[in-house]
Ligand binder design. Sequence first.
Ligand code: SAM
Length: 218
Amino acid sequence: MGGPGVDGREHRLRTQADAAFIRGWLRNPLKIGAVSPSSRALARRMAEAVPAEPSDGIVVELGPGTGVVTAGLLEAGIAPENLVCLEYQPEFCTLLRARFPRVHVLQGDAYEPPPALAGFLRERRLRAVVSSLPLMTKPEPERVRAVAGYLDLLPPGAPFIQFSYALSAPVRATLVDADVAVSPWIKRNLPPARVITYRRNEASPSAGGLPAFVAVPR
Ligand SMILES: C[S@@+](CC[C@H](N)C(=O)[O-])C[C@H]1O[C@@H](n2cnc3c(N)ncnc32)[C@H](O)[C@@H]1O
Protein backbone atom coordinates (compact mmCIF):
# COMPACT_ATOMS: atom_id res chain seq x y z
CA MET A 1 0.00 0.00 0.00
CA GLY A 2 1.47 3.35 -0.98
CA GLY A 3 0.73 6.28 1.38
CA PRO A 4 1.28 9.93 0.92
CA GLY A 5 4.93 10.58 0.20
CA VAL A 6 5.74 7.12 -1.20
CA ASP A 7 5.40 8.22 -4.85
CA GLY A 8 7.43 11.35 -4.09
CA ARG A 9 10.17 9.25 -2.49
CA GLU A 10 10.24 6.86 -5.47
CA HIS A 11 10.36 9.81 -7.88
CA ARG A 12 13.28 11.33 -5.93
CA LEU A 13 15.14 8.01 -5.91
CA ARG A 14 14.58 7.56 -9.66
CA THR A 15 15.92 11.04 -10.35
CA GLN A 16 18.96 10.26 -8.18
CA ALA A 17 19.28 6.98 -10.09
CA ASP A 18 19.39 8.73 -13.48
CA ALA A 19 22.04 11.17 -12.23
CA ALA A 20 24.07 8.29 -10.73
CA PHE A 21 23.89 6.38 -14.03
CA ILE A 22 25.35 9.34 -15.94
CA ARG A 23 28.09 9.82 -13.29
CA GLY A 24 28.89 6.08 -13.46
CA TRP A 25 29.13 6.21 -17.25
CA LEU A 26 31.41 9.26 -17.15
CA ARG A 27 33.69 7.48 -14.66
CA ASN A 28 33.78 4.09 -16.32
CA PRO A 29 32.05 3.83 -19.72
CA LEU A 30 33.31 0.29 -20.41
CA LYS A 31 31.89 -1.05 -17.13
CA ILE A 32 28.52 0.59 -17.72
CA GLY A 33 28.40 -0.20 -21.44
CA ALA A 34 25.27 1.88 -22.16
CA VAL A 35 24.61 5.58 -22.42
CA SER A 36 21.27 5.47 -20.66
CA PRO A 37 19.39 3.08 -18.37
CA SER A 38 17.23 0.40 -20.01
CA SER A 39 13.62 1.26 -20.82
CA ARG A 40 10.72 -0.22 -18.88
CA ALA A 41 9.71 -2.07 -22.07
CA LEU A 42 13.05 -3.88 -22.12
CA ALA A 43 12.84 -4.54 -18.37
CA ARG A 44 9.39 -6.11 -18.87
CA ARG A 45 10.69 -8.39 -21.64
CA MET A 46 13.57 -9.54 -19.40
CA ALA A 47 11.13 -10.26 -16.57
CA GLU A 48 8.77 -12.20 -18.88
CA ALA A 49 11.59 -14.63 -19.63
CA VAL A 50 11.85 -15.68 -15.96
CA PRO A 51 9.95 -18.97 -15.53
CA ALA A 52 7.09 -19.11 -13.03
CA GLU A 53 8.60 -22.09 -11.21
CA PRO A 54 10.04 -22.70 -8.73
CA SER A 55 8.20 -19.67 -7.37
CA ASP A 56 10.40 -19.63 -4.25
CA GLY A 57 13.60 -20.09 -6.28
CA ILE A 58 16.33 -17.48 -6.32
CA VAL A 59 16.56 -15.03 -9.22
CA VAL A 60 20.05 -13.55 -9.60
CA GLU A 61 20.34 -10.20 -11.35
CA LEU A 62 23.79 -9.28 -12.69
CA GLY A 63 24.61 -5.60 -13.30
CA PRO A 64 21.35 -4.10 -11.98
CA GLY A 65 22.78 -0.58 -12.19
CA THR A 66 20.18 1.84 -10.90
CA GLY A 67 17.40 -0.75 -10.83
CA VAL A 68 15.25 -0.48 -13.97
CA VAL A 69 15.28 -4.24 -14.54
CA THR A 70 15.06 -4.88 -10.79
CA ALA A 71 11.81 -2.88 -10.72
CA GLY A 72 10.55 -4.88 -13.73
CA LEU A 73 11.29 -8.16 -11.96
CA LEU A 74 9.46 -7.04 -8.82
CA GLU A 75 6.49 -5.76 -10.89
CA ALA A 76 6.34 -9.19 -12.55
CA GLY A 77 5.72 -10.70 -9.12
CA ILE A 78 9.16 -11.93 -8.07
CA ALA A 79 9.34 -11.61 -4.30
CA PRO A 80 12.09 -9.20 -3.18
CA GLU A 81 13.40 -11.81 -0.73
CA ASN A 82 14.01 -14.13 -3.70
CA LEU A 83 15.97 -11.57 -5.69
CA VAL A 84 19.76 -11.29 -5.34
CA CYS A 85 21.41 -8.40 -7.18
CA LEU A 86 25.14 -8.43 -7.89
CA GLU A 87 26.48 -5.00 -8.84
CA TYR A 88 30.07 -3.79 -9.17
CA GLN A 89 29.65 -0.05 -8.54
CA PRO A 90 29.28 0.78 -4.82
CA GLU A 91 27.26 3.93 -5.59
CA PHE A 92 24.65 1.87 -7.46
CA CYS A 93 24.54 -0.61 -4.56
CA THR A 94 23.73 2.21 -2.14
CA LEU A 95 20.94 3.41 -4.44
CA LEU A 96 19.53 -0.07 -4.95
CA ARG A 97 19.41 -0.67 -1.18
CA ALA A 98 17.50 2.60 -0.73
CA ARG A 99 15.07 1.85 -3.58
CA PHE A 100 14.52 -1.83 -2.79
CA PRO A 101 15.20 -2.41 0.92
CA ARG A 102 13.99 -6.04 0.87
CA VAL A 103 16.08 -7.10 -2.14
CA HIS A 104 19.49 -8.68 -1.41
CA VAL A 105 22.14 -6.41 -2.90
CA LEU A 106 25.71 -7.75 -3.13
CA GLN A 107 28.62 -5.59 -4.22
CA GLY A 108 31.09 -7.53 -6.34
CA ASP A 109 32.34 -8.68 -9.71
CA ALA A 110 29.94 -10.89 -11.64
CA TYR A 111 32.92 -12.48 -13.41
CA GLU A 112 34.26 -13.63 -10.00
CA PRO A 113 31.05 -14.21 -8.04
CA PRO A 114 31.41 -13.47 -4.30
CA PRO A 115 31.06 -16.33 -1.77
CA ALA A 116 27.84 -14.73 -0.46
CA LEU A 117 26.16 -15.67 -3.74
CA ALA A 118 27.10 -19.32 -3.27
CA GLY A 119 25.59 -19.04 0.23
CA PHE A 120 22.14 -18.23 -1.21
CA LEU A 121 22.39 -21.05 -3.72
CA ARG A 122 23.37 -23.63 -1.11
CA GLU A 123 19.96 -23.22 0.48
CA ARG A 124 17.71 -22.53 -2.50
CA ARG A 125 17.23 -23.54 -6.12
CA LEU A 126 18.17 -21.06 -8.79
CA ARG A 127 15.21 -19.97 -10.94
CA ALA A 128 16.96 -17.71 -13.48
CA VAL A 129 19.94 -15.43 -13.98
CA VAL A 130 19.02 -12.05 -15.47
CA SER A 131 22.02 -10.18 -16.83
CA SER A 132 22.53 -6.62 -18.03
CA LEU A 133 26.32 -7.05 -18.03
CA PRO A 134 28.01 -5.27 -20.95
CA LEU A 135 29.41 -8.63 -22.11
CA MET A 136 30.70 -7.27 -25.41
CA THR A 137 33.26 -5.10 -23.61
CA LYS A 138 35.05 -8.33 -22.58
CA PRO A 139 37.10 -10.68 -24.77
CA GLU A 140 35.23 -13.77 -25.96
CA PRO A 141 36.95 -16.27 -23.59
CA GLU A 142 35.86 -14.19 -20.57
CA ARG A 143 32.29 -13.91 -21.86
CA VAL A 144 32.14 -17.65 -22.45
CA ARG A 145 33.60 -18.44 -19.02
CA ALA A 146 31.04 -16.18 -17.31
CA VAL A 147 27.95 -17.44 -19.15
CA ALA A 148 29.05 -21.09 -18.91
CA GLY A 149 29.73 -20.65 -15.19
CA TYR A 150 26.19 -19.39 -14.52
CA LEU A 151 24.68 -22.09 -16.76
CA ASP A 152 26.54 -24.66 -14.62
CA LEU A 153 24.68 -23.30 -11.58
CA LEU A 154 21.24 -23.29 -13.23
CA PRO A 155 19.01 -26.39 -13.11
CA PRO A 156 18.20 -28.04 -16.48
CA GLY A 157 16.01 -25.79 -18.66
CA ALA A 158 16.34 -22.71 -16.42
CA PRO A 159 17.43 -19.62 -18.37
CA PHE A 160 20.39 -17.27 -18.37
CA ILE A 161 18.70 -14.11 -19.70
CA GLN A 162 20.78 -11.37 -21.31
CA PHE A 163 19.94 -8.25 -23.24
CA SER A 164 22.06 -7.15 -26.15
CA TYR A 165 22.24 -4.36 -28.70
CA ALA A 166 24.36 -6.50 -31.04
CA LEU A 167 23.17 -8.25 -34.21
CA SER A 168 24.53 -11.59 -33.06
CA ALA A 169 24.35 -13.26 -29.65
CA PRO A 170 27.16 -12.06 -27.33
CA VAL A 171 28.16 -15.69 -26.71
CA ARG A 172 27.75 -18.37 -29.37
CA ALA A 173 25.49 -21.23 -28.33
CA THR A 174 27.96 -23.96 -29.22
CA LEU A 175 30.66 -22.41 -27.00
CA VAL A 176 28.50 -22.80 -23.90
CA ASP A 177 26.63 -25.93 -25.01
CA ALA A 178 23.24 -24.24 -24.71
CA ASP A 179 20.07 -23.62 -26.71
CA VAL A 180 19.56 -19.97 -27.57
CA ALA A 181 16.35 -18.04 -28.28
CA VAL A 182 15.97 -14.36 -29.13
CA SER A 183 13.11 -11.90 -28.70
CA PRO A 184 12.05 -9.46 -31.41
CA TRP A 185 13.87 -6.11 -31.31
CA ILE A 186 12.55 -3.90 -28.54
CA LYS A 187 12.38 -0.55 -30.29
CA ARG A 188 11.27 1.35 -27.21
CA ASN A 189 14.82 1.30 -25.90
CA LEU A 190 17.82 3.46 -26.73
CA PRO A 191 19.43 1.84 -28.67
CA PRO A 192 16.96 -0.92 -29.64
CA ALA A 193 17.83 -4.20 -27.93
CA ARG A 194 16.88 -7.87 -27.90
CA VAL A 195 16.52 -10.32 -25.05
CA ILE A 196 18.48 -13.54 -25.46
CA THR A 197 17.97 -16.69 -23.42
CA TYR A 198 20.48 -19.50 -22.96
CA ARG A 199 19.27 -22.85 -21.60
CA ARG A 200 20.86 -26.24 -21.19
CA ASN A 201 19.35 -29.69 -21.14
CA GLU A 202 15.82 -28.68 -22.01
CA ALA A 203 13.61 -31.72 -22.53
CA SER A 204 12.62 -30.45 -25.99
CA PRO A 205 14.81 -27.55 -27.09
CA SER A 206 12.59 -24.66 -28.13
CA ALA A 207 12.30 -20.99 -27.35
CA GLY A 208 11.44 -22.03 -23.81
CA GLY A 209 7.74 -21.52 -24.46
CA LEU A 210 8.15 -17.76 -24.65
CA PRO A 211 5.75 -16.01 -27.01
CA ALA A 212 7.53 -14.26 -29.89
CA PHE A 213 10.97 -15.64 -28.98
CA VAL A 214 12.63 -17.53 -31.82
CA ALA A 215 14.99 -20.45 -31.26
CA VAL A 216 18.36 -19.93 -32.95
CA PRO A 217 19.74 -23.05 -34.68
CA ARG A 218 23.11 -24.09 -33.19
C1 SAM B 1 24.39 -1.56 -19.23
S1 SAM B 1 24.40 -1.19 -17.49
C2 SAM B 1 22.79 -1.84 -17.14
C3 SAM B 1 22.15 -1.25 -15.93
C4 SAM B 1 20.69 -1.60 -15.71
N1 SAM B 1 20.48 -3.01 -15.46
C5 SAM B 1 19.87 -1.20 -16.91
O1 SAM B 1 19.46 -2.11 -17.64
O2 SAM B 1 19.68 0.00 -17.08
C6 SAM B 1 25.52 -2.40 -16.90
C7 SAM B 1 25.61 -2.57 -15.41
O3 SAM B 1 26.48 -3.66 -15.13
C8 SAM B 1 27.36 -3.30 -14.07
N2 SAM B 1 28.59 -4.11 -14.21
C9 SAM B 1 29.50 -4.04 -15.20
N3 SAM B 1 30.46 -4.96 -15.01
C10 SAM B 1 30.12 -5.64 -13.89
C11 SAM B 1 30.72 -6.71 -13.19
N4 SAM B 1 31.86 -7.27 -13.61
N5 SAM B 1 30.09 -7.18 -12.09
C12 SAM B 1 28.93 -6.62 -11.66
N6 SAM B 1 28.33 -5.59 -12.27
C13 SAM B 1 28.91 -5.10 -13.38
C14 SAM B 1 27.61 -1.82 -14.30
O4 SAM B 1 28.10 -1.19 -13.13
C15 SAM B 1 26.20 -1.37 -14.70
O5 SAM B 1 25.44 -1.11 -13.56
